[in-house]
Design a protein around this ligand. Structure first.
Ligand SMILES: NC(=O)C1=CN([C@@H]2O[C@H](COP(=O)(O)OP(=O)(O)OC[C@H]3O[C@@H](n4cnc5c(N)ncnc54)[C@H](OP(=O)(O)O)[C@@H]3O)[C@@H](O)[C@H]2O)C=CC1
Ligand SMILES: Cc1cc2nc3c(=O)[nH]c(=O)nc-3n(C[C@H](O)[C@H](O)[C@H](O)COP(=O)(O)O)c2cc1C
Ligand SMILES: C=C(C)CCOP(=O)(O)OP(=O)(O)O
Ligand SMILES: [Mg+2]
Length: 353
């Protein structure tokens, strides 16, 4: 009869299959939130009929964690571990270098468990000067991972920083997910003190509140990525993968759970005016990006739109980047803001009553 299915959740084969499932489901199924939105639709820019600017001189460059970005965009952490993932990572990295974007790779746990898969994350050669972010789940610190594993994944990527993803809901819905999140704050604190690169805390589409951000900043986290609700729903994705009726139902029930992206940005900025802040979760065009930057984020991340374009072709990815840049610059131009600093300190974004 067929192969024995291992129930060992750290089995590298199981992790690699999960990575393949994630790509397939995100590319083929409807994985977005249905009921909950980013909240950005509640904001509108005040149009300026006489910008007193030359569009060609609108400046969207910035610096983030000490590195220059031509565009304040992040290709959010997504993939690695399979041949399809290798191709997608390569295309994304080429685009990151070409357009001056930052880029995260997907969780490198799959390569820690099976080091021969590390080349699927091997993108520094394609993006020599880009801000590149390594990625592991914070919860792995409760499952035998420590400083050494974190240092290893940073070294593989020659990464500028390490993202620790916080994904409690996803792990609840994931078949045999890792759900011991106890005592992690103190372990993250130790890691932040010892790892030579900055550590970023990121959700995966359910959002980080101002209160949680404060705790994370107090223990040494260098930046926050909101990854709020309103975009890709990881409860939905894991529900789709689940064989078990209980896990399927659980994911459906929680498919629209989380803190909307706009609320995350506002509440994190209220408690931490200076913390390097990435807005993400459900951003789908350059106007969404402009709104998050006006709300106080420093850069904005997108996952699903970049994945779909990269899966399509290099040309599709170039087109997406061109459109996003044009949308962002148009929002600045038509609000009379010549650069991102001016946008951030302006009063041109209104909450619709
Ligand atoms: N199933 C899987 O998970 C994986 C499958 N593969 C397969 O193996 C084959 C080889 O993969 P891959 O190594 O990516 O293939 P490439 O043809 O891209 O690389 C071949 C060799 O050239 C080196 N190289 C490639 N590009 C550069 C560059 N820009 N600068 C410097 N050195 C470079 C690589 O070095 P280096 O040794 O440093 O990588 C590698 O040894 C592919 O056909 C792929 O399908 C590869 C990785 C994972
Ligand atoms: C295929 C895919 C794989 C992902 N894998 C990871 C991951 O390994 N680590 C992580 O931190 N986030 C991961 N994410 C989550 C994204 O980084 C992002 O936080 C989330 O999808 C919400 O953004 P979006 O609405 O723009 O897709 C993944 C997203 C996608 C689409
Ligand atoms: C896909 C997302 C959104 C985060 C990572 O999920 P996983 O739970 O599959 O990641 P690892 O355990 O492999 O780190
Ligand atoms: Mg996990």
């Amino acid at each position: 009869m067929g192969q024995t299915v291992s129930l060992d959740k750290t089995n590298p084969a199981t992790i690699q299959d999960r990575k393949a499932d994630h790509l397939r489901i995100c590319l083929e199924d409807d994985v977005q939130c249905h009921q909950i939105t980013t909240g950005l639709e509640n904001y509108r820019f005040i149009h300026c009929g006489l910008p007193e600017l030359n569009y060609d001189q609108v400046d969207i460059s910035t610096t983030f964690l000490g590195k220059q970005l031509a565009t304040p965009l992040l290709i959010s952490s997504m993939t690695g571990g399979t041949e399809q993932a290798r191709v997608i990572n390569q295309r994304l990295a080429v685009a990151a270098q070409k357009f001056g974007l930052a880029m995260g790779v997907g969780s490198q746990r799959v390569a820690v468990e099976k080091p021969e898969l590390a080349p699927t994350f091997n993108i520094r050669r394609y993006a020599p000067s880009a801000l590149l972010l390594a990625n592991l789940g914070a919860v792995q610190l409760n499952y035998s991972y420590g400083l050494e594993h974190c240092q290893r994944v940073v070294d593989w990527l020659e990464a500028d920083a390490l993202i620790l993803h916080l994904n409690p809901l996803q792990e609840c819905v994931q078949t045999r997910g890792d759900t011991d999140f106890s005592g992690l704050l103190v372990k993250i604190e130790t890691l932040c003190a010892k790892l030579p690169v900055p550590v970023i805390a990121k959700e995966v589409g359910n959002g980080i509140s101002g209160g949680l951000a404060k705790k994370l900043i107090d223990i040494g986290i260098s930046a926050i990525d909101t990854a709020g609700a309103g975009g890709t729903s990881w409860a939905r994705v894991e529900s789709e993968r689940a064989q078990d009726i209980k896990q399927r139902r659980l994911g459906q029930t929680f498919a629209d759970w989380g803190i909307p992206t706009a609320d995350c940005i506002v509440s994190v900025r209220a408690i931490a005016p200076q913390i390097p802040l990435i807005a993400s979760g459900g951003l789908r065009n350059g106007l969404d990006v402009a709104k998050t930057l006006a709300l106080g984020a420093d850069i904005a991340g997108m996952a699903l739109p970049f994945l779909k374009a990269a899966d399509n072709s290099e040309e599709a990815l170039d087109t997406l980047a061109d459109i996003l840049i044009a949308e962002l610059k148009t929002a600045l131009f038509c609000t009379g803001q010549g650069n991102l600093k001016d946008l951030k300190h302006s009063q041109v974004l209104q909450r619709i009553p």
